[in-house]
Design a protein around this ligand. Structure first.
Ligand SMILES: NC(=O)c1ccc[n+]([C@@H]2O[C@H](COP(=O)([O-])OP(=O)(O)OC[C@H]3O[C@@H](n4cnc5c(N)ncnc54)[C@H](O)[C@@H]3O)[C@@H](O)[C@H]2O)c1
Length: 401
């Protein structure tokens, strides 16, 4: 069976690596540099080993391509392209539209199209299906389904095999075939009654996290005002065996999911006249954390950062990944520069970002830890500046939230 996966990023390549054990996989991506590297057996995604990729390529089970015609006789097509926000923070389905165009223009016989990109309820039924039909040259009817992705890049304990996967088709046949496809490499498949339930569940999972992160970020500020240690308090609350789930404060939320997905839910809520005040408020609180941190650092440094050399330690959006999308470090740096600080950053996992390279981990006036990768030595962080502010709770002995 031939499976085409549109988009070879965090989600698409991860799926490809699992599916290639059982299917002939074609990884379609618009980015020719990514495709070139993948065909050399070089993975750009944490959790997908280059050696595994090489194995699938050698066995003839995986090939990457930029050419739409290569997917023409696929039995299954999986969509795994970005679903970001526009500049005015509205859902941006342009990548999905482009993927639909590739499918419509190239697939001639009936296939199963599964969407894994995160979007609002109704995307498969009211957007993907009509869009593919619009671009299709033939009258062929395809099957459509959704199986929202839950991959957590860089995570060791949960992967495609042991993370329960939701799925649902637009028709019973689409549902059955979707189950058959994933059952080869996923142990726990959870069928829901409609694609809309699966799409909404994915958005609610990430909104749940966004709101709880905002709550704990606000609680960190309350704790500090009261002179109470927030981490000790959270650990104390976490001894309750039921009705509590521990979240920890941070400089904000980053990545392609938590800062983005809830806004998809808010947008569709607004379209239907339903409220979304929690989502808006949580966004606001999380975005304001960067300002709060810069204020705390300024207050601790005689009220001014003018001319101070400030080193940001860790600019990835979370530990042990190179992903900088929506990273909280960006806003922290912006606010520091507004205060007249000379800002550089250290992150050897990221390496290069916005035209700059990772700076060495030493000789600064102030260091602010935004993300603590496992590979970064705590002692080196403490020694890199006379004043170290840690937003992660991972560096013992530093000032912190
Ligand atoms: N990253 C995560 O942890 C994660 C987890 C769950 C769900 N998701 C969702 O999965 C989707 C994909 O996210 P990602 O993190 O894999 O993105 P990504 O940026 O890592 O990868 C997307 C890939 O798609 C390619 N692409 C863009 N438009 C294309 C097109 N029209 N045709 C072919 N390729 C195209 C890009 O070049 C890129 O390589 C998003 O909807 C996201 O919300 C992501």
């Amino acid at each position: 069976m031939k499976v085409a996966i549109i988009g070879q990023g965090y989600v698409g390549l991860t799926i490809a690596a699992f599916a290639a054990e059982f299917y002939e996989v074609i990884g379609f991506d618009k980015n020719s540099k990514v495709v070139e590297k993948l065909n050399q057996g070089i993975s750009h995604i944490e959790g997908v080993e280059s050696s595994l990729l090489t194995k699938w390529i050698t066995q003839g089970n995986y090939v990457a391509t930029t050419s739409g015609s290569d997917i023409s006789n696929s039995d299954i097509v999986v969509i795994a392209v970005p679903t970001p926000l526009t500049k005015d923070r509205k859902p941006d389905l342009s990548f999905i539209e482009s993927a639909c165009r590739t499918i419509g223009e190239n697939i001639e016989s009936s296939t199963l199209v599964i969407n894994e990109s995160t979007s609002f309820p109704g995307t498969v039924r009211n957007y993907i299906k009509p869009m593919i039909e619009k671009y299709s040259n033939s009258q062929t009817q395809h099957l459509y389904a959704i199986s929202p992705e839950r991959v957590d890049p860089g995570r060791g304990d949960f992967n495609q095999k042991n993370t329960p996967r939701l799925y649902s088709g637009l028709t019973p046949e689409a549902t059955i075939r979707t189950r058959d496809f994933y059952s080869k490499f996923c142990d726990n498949l959870v069928e829901v009654s409609s694609p809309e339930v699966a799409e909404a569940a994915k958005l609610f999972e990430n909104t749940f996290r966004q709101v709880n992160i905002a709550l704990v970020n606000e609680f960190a500020q309350i704790s500090n005002a009261l002179g109470i240690d927030v981490y000790e308090t959270l650990s104390a609350a976490n001894t309750k065996p039921y009705g509590f789930m521990k979240f920890t404060p941070s400089a904000g939320v980053g990545g392609h999911c938590i800062p983005v997905d809830p806004t998809y839910l808010a947008a569709i809520a607004e379209e239907h006249g339903a409220p979304s005040s929690f989502i808006r408020l949580a966004n606001e609180v999380n975005l304001e954390m960067s300002k709060y941190i810069v204020k705390r650092v300024t207050d601790d440094n005689a009220g001014t950062l003018q001319g101070k050399n400030v080193l940001i330690v860790g600019v990835a959006y979370k530990p042990n990944v190179a992903d900088v999308r929506e990273t909280a470090a960006e806003l922290v740096i912006e606010h520091l520069r507004e205060k007249g600080a000379n800002v550089s950053w250290h992150d050897d996992v990221v390496g290069n970002w916005k035209g700059d390279s990772s700076a060495p981990l030493y000789s600064s006036d102030i260091a602010i830890v935004v993300t603590k990768h496992d590979s970064v030595d705590e002692k080196k962080i403490l020694n890199c500046a006379p004043y170290v502010f840690d937003t992660t709770g991972a560096v013992k002995g530093a000032k912190g939230l």
